[in-house]
Design a protein around this ligand. Structure first.
Ligand SMILES: *[C@@H]1O[C@H](CO)[C@@H](O)[C@H](O)[C@H]1NC(C)=O
Ligand SMILES: *[C@@H]1O[C@H](CO)[C@@H](O)[C@H](O)[C@H]1NC(C)=O
Ligand SMILES: *[C@@H]1O[C@H](CO)[C@@H](O)[C@H](O)[C@H]1NC(C)=O
Length: 317
């Protein structure tokens, strides 16, 4: 009983002493939340005792690991000189306040940060977790075409859906509104044994509290043989289904082909027109050949340039 009382009063005494030591008087909110793309400011206010003030060496802000700063991002010396190890961090503090701003945070900045007041013989430490909230983003092909995955009947296939986002989004796969899979961990859709009737549009949808993203993939199951009447029937059915899905695309292709044909015809018309015009005027004026030749060649070349750039576009579509 007496020992417990002694221990208790000792603890009180020790706590009382610590109250007078150098310490943080205010710290950042834990965890600190930020949306991706924003700037985040971490501020620690502190109180230094008179003797600690004399021993103060440096305040360091950086990435925290195992109870200390493992990667410094900024160091501020007692004379106010700041050393930056990253160009994404700035210092906003003064003699009573350590304040650091992290610019344009991304999911990669979602980690623990620390602030250390270094007095040589000891440190005053604190750490804070930064949680970066980011709407889901699905990695898509650059050319904005409908993604296609082909598989032979009976084979297995993985339809990929690469998603980033924080908190980890729910990633669901569905076909014709029927949910096939819904998970925060499984991104890809695995089809073990593809059957012809599985041909169709598959949608990957990623959602978290910050937003939603979607991605459609056309799965084409290629049949190996049509000997069984049943398979042949399914093949017909799926052909119609796929045709429906592709109708939009082929319409687009047809329009693009028509447009490029018209451009070629027009370009040829202009080239021949220019040729006959210069030939005609050249003959009438009887000017030296040298004089008319230059502009004519230049025009033809620029038209050819235009024409070839159009066909380039045509190829891209
Ligand atoms: C602060 O101190 C450091 C090292 O002691 C020195 O290199 C730096 O020039 C000083 N800066 C100022 C503003 O006095
Ligand atoms: C440090 O900055 C804070 C906030 O801008 C201010 O309230 C405080 O008075 C400043 N302290 C010194 C010593 O300049
Ligand atoms: C996936 O599951 C989550 C959690 O149960 C739910 O909120 C979400 O609506 C589901 N998504 C789909 C497409 O079913």
């Amino acid at each position: 009983m007496l020992l417990m009382w002694l221990f208790g009063s000792l603890a009180c005494f020790k706590f009382g002493v610590e109250g007078f030591q150098s310490r943080y008087t205010s710290i950042p909110s834990k965890p600190t939340f930020s949306h991706a793309g924003n700037d985040v400011t971490f501020t620690w206010r502190y109180h230094l005792t008179h003797s600690d003030r004399a021993n103060f060496k440096v305040v360091v802000f950086g990435i925290w690991m195992n109870g200390d700063i493992s990667i410094p991002l900024v160091s501020v010396l007692r004379n106010g000189s700041a050393i930056f190890y990253s160009n994404r961090v700035s210092w906003l503090g003064n003699k009573t306040m350590a304040s650091f701003r992290l610019h344009k945070v991304s999911i990669d900045d979602d980690r623990v940060y620390g602030c250390k007041l270094d007095f040589g013989a000891f440190d005053v430490l604190d750490s804070v977790r930064l949680t970066v909230i980011a709407a889901p983003q699905i990695k898509k092909s650059k050319n904005h075409q409908l993604a296609q995955v082909k598989v032979s009947e009976g084979q297995s296939v993985v339809i990929p859906c690469k998603v980033t986002g924080n908190p980890p989004p729910w990633i669901s796969w569905s076909q014709d509104g029927r949910v096939l899979q819904n998970s925060t961990r499984k991104h890809d859709l695995l089809i073990n044994s593809a059957e012809e009737h599985m041909t169709g549009l598959y949608r990957c949808r990623a959602e978290n509290e910050a937003g939603v993203d979607k991605y459609d993939v056309l799965l084409l199951v290629i049949s190996c043989d049509h000997q069984s009447g049943d398979v042949a029937f399914h093949a017909q059915e799926n052909k119609a289904k796929t045709q429906h899905n592709l109708d939009g695309l082929s319409k687009f292709h047809a329009q693009a082909t028509l447009a490029s044909t018209l451009v070629v015809v027009f370009a040829l018309f202009v080239i021949f027109g220019a040729y006959f015009f210069f030939r005609y005027t050249g003959a009438r004026n009887k000017r030296p050949r040298k004089y008319t030749k230059m502009p004519q060649d230049e025009q033809a070349r620029s038209l050819l340039g235009e024409w070839s750039s159009f066909t380039d576009n045509g190829a891209k579509i």
